[in-house]
Write a protein of this length. Structure first.
Length: 558
């Protein structure tokens, strides 16, 4: 049982505790995560992963990873591999080896034969349009197919011929014989097998008939003896159908419990729409750092721990909701603030010359790696007469009295180094500042300041002689509307953010970043959190901005 019985339980845990108290399944808890391998996992899947694997872990149970590969048209081995990679990245492990619905094709076929023999399934020659018309609407009874009363012998013969490839795609289907008057449309003689003459990514051309999701899903849970089938809310109306199949076939009764999917502002969780973004070239691929896919978030530098914490924080509900993206970003900031090394980078450089600093002299100054983690230690950065600062950190004539950056006559502390006094600047013929001249106070070195000089502002910088060049990708939200798919009169692509990526071809970084590798995270002081891109090399460094230091969209939307 749960080791947190005194804590408030969510409604899924309440069901599980009830089953445990009743001794159901001998106290065994076994869940599963059943993705379709027809795309990459997204932020919504992260919630389902955390629920299914989290429940199993909490109750010392097991969780299966089962690929629901019943549609050879859309499934690829690439998706199978990416799904496994994403689950492991989040920190979860499945029981034994991954399972596939295609492993159960022979058993599912036999289940269909059993239904036919019971007179509870029939082969239908109706077209998809005719079947849809027969089903009608929920408030009125449907009409029975003219093929509904075929004999058991004829149905067995036709179904075997379907399996053997005697008919073309769409010529026939196998339907369950349930109730055409049911107010639940899923119970109105649903299609359970269709013909598809296409090679499957695992079974090749062995099969040319494939089970429908509603037939394969529940029975696969039963075959694996899943005790608690935790599904998203959209499947609540499917539950009576799953239970009907279990009852007719007399197989293991998994208990289905539904919970609301997790939707996040400015993100979409339709794999079809995400694939469209890829195919239309609006993103570079499934792992584009702007995508809400787990591969995209990983490439952008989102820590897996932050995603899991975010999913856990949203709780479990029985009603769909839209979670603020700022909440997700705050979990990312909290995690990176605790773990990311602080470094200095200049994205829009302006040259600064310290006129009284000895020419040719280089000091290697100690800088703290992470003030939140003493064990992270320190490193040294080179400092000399000429450095780069951010162009926005200098103003010729500041208008704001609270401006504490660099301007003529002002003192400013330079991170880990000295206090500098701005003396002058150089302009080009267009009035643009090309160089700033300062003097430094030799006794003002950080850690041993005896100068008595005061400076309210602190700036980051990079030594010009030792700076390394890098390409910087500044990512923003992929859509301009918090709910891009929630408008009946507008297509979601109308909200595509054409400014979601800004590329800085040449920025300057401190030399310690020359060996940075994908998977590492850094805080560029005063600029945000960044990570090396998967395409970054020592010869061509590429850094992606993971998230800004503060929620800039909150100010923008005020």
């Amino acid at each position: 049982m749960s080791d947190s019985r005194n804590e408030k339980l969510n409604f899924i845990e309440e069901f599980i505790e009830e089953d445990l108290e009743n001794g159901k399944h001998g106290g065994r808890i076994h869940t599963r995560f059943p993705p379709e391998p027809n795309g990459y996992l997204h932020i919504g899947h992260a919630k389902a992963i955390c629920v299914n694997f989290g429940i199993a872990n909490r109750y010392n149970g097991k969780a299966n990873l089962r690929f629901d590969d019943t549609n050879p048209t859309t499934e690829e081995t690439e998706y199978v591999e990416s799904i496994q990679r994403d689950i492991k990245w989040l920190g979860f492990e499945w029981d034994e080896t991954p399972k596939f619905t295609s492993d159960y094709f022979p058993q599912l076929y036999q289940f269909a034969i059993d239904l036919i023999k019971q007179g509870k399934a029939f082969v239908d020659d109706s077209t998809p349009a005719e079947i849809s018309e027969q089903k009608g609407i929920p408030t009125k009874p449907g009409t029975e197919s003219p093929y509904r009363n075929r004999s058991i012998e004829e149905n067995l013969d036709l179904f075997e011929r379907m399996k053997n490839g005697a008919f073309p795609d769409g010529a026939k289907v196998l339907r369950a014989k349930i109730d055409m008057t049911s107010p639940n449309m899923h119970m109105r003689d649903p299609v359970i097998y269709r013909i598809k003459h296409e090679d499957h990514h695992r079974t090749g051309d062995t099969w040319c008939i494939y089970p429908m999701y509603d037939f394969a899903h529940g029975q696969s849970d039963s075959i694996e003896e899943i005790t608690h089938s935790l599904c998203s809310l959209e499947f609540r109306h499917h539950r009576p159908l799953y239970n009907w199949f279990i009852e007719q076939l007399g197989i293991f009764p998994s208990r289905q419990i539904e919970f609301a999917r997790m939707n996040v502002e400015y993100m979409i969780t339709s794999k079809r729409k995400l694939l469209n973004l890829v195919n239309e070239g609006l993103v570079t691929g499934w792992d584009d750092p702007r995508m809400p896919t787990l591969s995209g978030l990983r490439r952008r530098g989102y820590p897996p721990k932050a995603i899991v914490s975010f999913c856990d924080s949203t709780g479990l509900t029985k009603r769909d909701n839209l979670i603020e993206i700022s909440k997700l970003e705050q979990f990312v900031r909290q995690e990176l603030n605790a773990t990311a090394t602080r470094v200095m980078a200049v994205l829009n450089p302006l040259k600064l010359v310290i006129t009284n600093y000895p020419e040719g002299q280089v000091e290697h100054l100690p800088v703290v790696n992470n003030p939140e983690d003493e064990s992270a230690g320190t490193r040294t950065v080179p400092f000399s007469r000429e450095i780069y600062i951010e162009r926005e950190d200098f103003k010729k004539e500041p208008q704001n009295k609270k401006y504490f950056r660099l301007a003529p006559g002002k003192n400013v502390r330079f991170k880990g180094a000295y206090i500098l006094h701005c003396e002058d600047f150089v302009e080009d013929e267009n009035g643009e500042v090309t160089e700033v001249h300062c003097t430094y106070y030799p006794d003002s070195k950080s850690g041993s300041d005896n100068s008595g000089i005061k400076a309210k502002g602190t700036l980051h910088w990079v030594n010009i002689e030792h700076a390394i060049e890098a390409e910087i990708h500044l990512y923003d939200r992929l859509f301009t509307d918090p709910n891009p798919t929630g408008h009946e009169d507008k297509d979601y692509l109308e909200f595509y953010n054409h400014d979601s990526l800004k590329v800085i071809k040449k920025a300057y970084l401190e030399p310690s970043l020359a060996t940075a590798k994908p998977g590492e995270s850094f805080q560029f002081m005063r600029l945000g959190y960044f990570c090396p891109d998967i395409n970054s090399t020592p010869e061509h460094l590429i850094f992606n901005r993971t998230v800004t230091l503060k929620d800039t969209w909150a100010k923008r939307n005020k």
